[in-house]
Write a protein that binds this ligand. Structure first.
Ligand SMILES: [Zn+2]
Length: 281
């Protein structure tokens, strides 16, 4: 018996030693790109030392923003490859595998501190949150559902713009989402647009810029074309900090810069300012 016990004790000792070796090999957090310190990253993906905003997935954003995370909508919109673009199918499959999403969006119906809303977020890890036909359709359906239920609409953008692989079909989503927002606005709907890093191209040039209230995360890149393309086109040097959230705030494109850990309370205040409307059934 003694032999059996000592065999177990030895085995335990070896396992503990292996575990400790493994633990010591786990790398420390890489240095924060803003403060350079190896600080912990908070649950909202902020640097615990300087508040640097790391990229955050669409699902995690909505989990943190909505009471109990809300209920997912429109998850089954198929992505299309209308141009039969080389290697697009493989890229879509890889992005789906990586993110667990059907395409670069999450739409949810839920509540913020008890106030019902429709909220959508773009997924930066899914082909840079680019807008193809599926994203355009999801955003449009989110707008239309908010309109039908007379609920406030919140869209959190993080996007490289229109999705190149779907060509003109991607560009058409700009008109489609903008037209849906016009109808929503005409019916008195409240749309709060939240611009995060990065919000560019056809997303900036359509729904992201059409908010009744436009908020931005600190340090977000917000623009249409890249600075080099603009400089080459207009033949002039661009001012420093051009396309940063702070620059856009100073020039009236953004109403307020709200750190991610204050976004929920800011939205609670904004929603309180706008009276609830009875659902149109
Ligand atoms: Zn930092």
């Amino acid at each position: 018996m003694d032999n059996i016990f000592s065999a177990f004790t030895n085995r335990r000792r070896v396992l503990d030693a292996l575990k400790n070796t493994h633990r010591s090999r786990v790398p420390a957090e890489p240095p924060c790109p803003s403060c350079g310190q190896s600080a912990a990253i908070t649950a909202l993906r902020l640097c615990s030392k300087c508040g640097h905003h790391y990229a955050i997935s669409a699902a995690l954003r909505l989990d943190k923003l909505l009471d109990d995370g809300g209920v997912a909508l429109f998850e089954d919109i198929p992505s299309r490859d209308p141009l039969n673009f080389p290697a697009y199918g493989e890229k879509l499959a890889a992005a789906r595998e990586k993110t667990g999403l059907g395409d670069a969006y999450c739409v949810r119906e839920g509540a913020i501190s008890g106030r019902r809303v429709i909220a959508a977020a773009l997924e930066p890890e899914f082909m840079m949150g680019s807008m193809g036909t599926a994203v355009g359709e999801a955003v449009t359906r989110a707008i239309e559902r908010a309109g039908a239920l007379r609920l406030p609409l919140i869209i959190i953008s993080a996007s490289g713009g229109a999705r190149m692989q779907e060509g003109m079909f991607s560009l058409m989503q700009m008109a489609k989402t903008s037209a849906a927002l016009r109808a929503f606005s005409d019916s008195g709907g409240l749309f709060i647009s939240i611009l995060t890093n990065p919000t560019t191209g056809g997303v900036t040039a359509s729904f992201a810029s059409l908010g009744d209230v436009t908020l931005a995360e600190p340090g977000a890149l917000i623009g249409f074309a890249g600075p080099r393309v603009i400089e080459q086109t207009i033949g002039a040097k661009l001012p420093a900090g051009f396309q940063s959230a702070q620059f856009q705030l100073a020039h009236g494109f953004v109403d307020a810069i709200v750190p991610r850990d204050q976004l929920r309370s800011a939205l609670v205040r904004l929603l309180k300012l706008h009276p609830e409307t009875a659902a149109a059934v």
